[in-house]
Design a protein around this ligand. Structure first.
Ligand code: TXD
Length: 319
């Protein structure tokens, strides 16, 4: 049986970390694609030289040629540029939209059967554009943000409750970052919902509000500390979890940006919701009853995504 193939489009900070994780877990052979010359091959060679020490047999290859992603089972896209000082959100949108056009064409031509996970920001718009440009079925194209946002939330909750991160589950909806909607009623410690934990005296509503706020700006906190670039360890590990659920048909229930077709009253947009990821890609969209506050917050997220899509359509009228 042939080994699985994982193609990483964008071999920067997240791309390199994805390659390291995929190889260490022996998820399959790894191809690192980037437009930068030399760099993807350098990273692939460096990682290949870690193989004898770690004992993994995954083969690694760096490339500037889309033909090398042919036959990939999973493609994780981080290609693009991050916002630099003086650049507006629309400038960034215009540049990364062009990148998605190139990446979408490459995937369409060489790996139309892959399961594609998009990470490039602004996430909810870029995953939609990548789906449009690649022409892949909507259940085979998803965006990674919710796993990361909920991991940040779980990390802070575990710290506050002084319990293992493993016993904390978090439920988040909506867009990436500022418009993320944490649902406290469905966030738990070993099955006990957060509002009950507050009643039990484990924490206070004020502390929960502060944690929600910190989670929403979790990416910005790291950008400021790093001084050069954005988070990459947790984003990479989050995307790997989604890839594993697909490759192993685990049917994990994970928050991710998925194409909605009427769920939550939304049609034709990619928004963060809990989904089931299995061998068929997005196998189910989990639709729960939201309380009024969550509904209102979710709507803010949806409106923000709509605005971004309009901006994309303004830049490229073929969309
Ligand atoms: O939760 C989330 N979705 C995110 C998103 C969390 C953290 C970071 N998030 C976004 O991921 C971030 O705003 C960026 O848009 C992406 C990738 O972040 P990373 O830190 O890996 O960025 P790098 O190191 O700049 O890498 C981007 C690479 C770089 O090597 C470029 O040469 C390459 O993308 N690039 C391209 N590759 C292929 N094709 C094209 N056209 C291209 N343009 C640039």
């Amino acid at each position: 049986m042939a080994r699985k193939k994982i193609a990483l489009v964008g071999a920067g900070m997240i791309g390199g970390t994805l390659a390291h994780l995929a190889a260490m877990k022996e998820m399959g052979d790894v191809v690192l694609f980037d437009i930068a010359e030399g760099m993807p091959s350098g990273k692939a060679l460096d990682l290949a030289q870690a193989a004898p020490v770690e004992g993994f047999d995954s083969k690694l290859k760096g490339t500037n040629d889309y033909a090398d992603i042919a036959g990939a089972d999973v493609i994780i896209v981080t290609a693009g540029v991050a916002r630099k000082p003086g650049m507006s959100r629309d400038d960034l949108l215009g540049i990364n939209l062009k990148v998605m056009q190139a990446v979408g064409a490459g995937i369409k031509e060489h790996a139309p059967d892959a399961f594609v996970i998009c990470i490039t920001n602004p996430l909810d718009a870029m995953v939609w554009a990548l789906r449009e440009y690649s022409g892949l079925p909507t259940e085979k194209v998803v965006g990674m943000a919710g796993v990361l946002d909920s991991a940040r939330f779980r990390c802070f909750l575990a710290e506050e409750f002084d319990v293992s991160v493993e016993d904390v589950t978090a439920f988040v909806l909506g867009g990436h970052g500022d418009t993320m909607v944490p649902v406290l009623e469905y966030s738990t410690v070993a099955g006990i919902p957060v509002p009950d934990l507050i009643k039990m005296g484990w924490s206070t509503q004020e502390k929960m509000d502060a944690i929600v706020k910190r989670t929403r700006s979790g990416g910005g906190e790291i950008v400021q500390l790093l001084g050069n670039g954005s988070a990459y360890y947790a984003p990479a590990t989050s995307a790997i979890m989604m890839a594993e659920s697909y490759l192993k048909d685990k049917k994990r229930v994970l928050p991710a940006a998925a194409n909605l077709t009427g769920q939550y009253g939304v049609d034709g947009l990619y928004v963060g919701v809990p989904i089931v990821i299995g061998a068929n890609g997005v196998e189910r969209i989990v639709e729960i009853e939201l309380n009024d506050e969550a509904k209102a917050n979710f709507q803010v997220s949806v409106d923000a995504v709509k605005e971004l899509l309009e901006a994309c359509k303004g830049i490229d009228s073929s969309l």
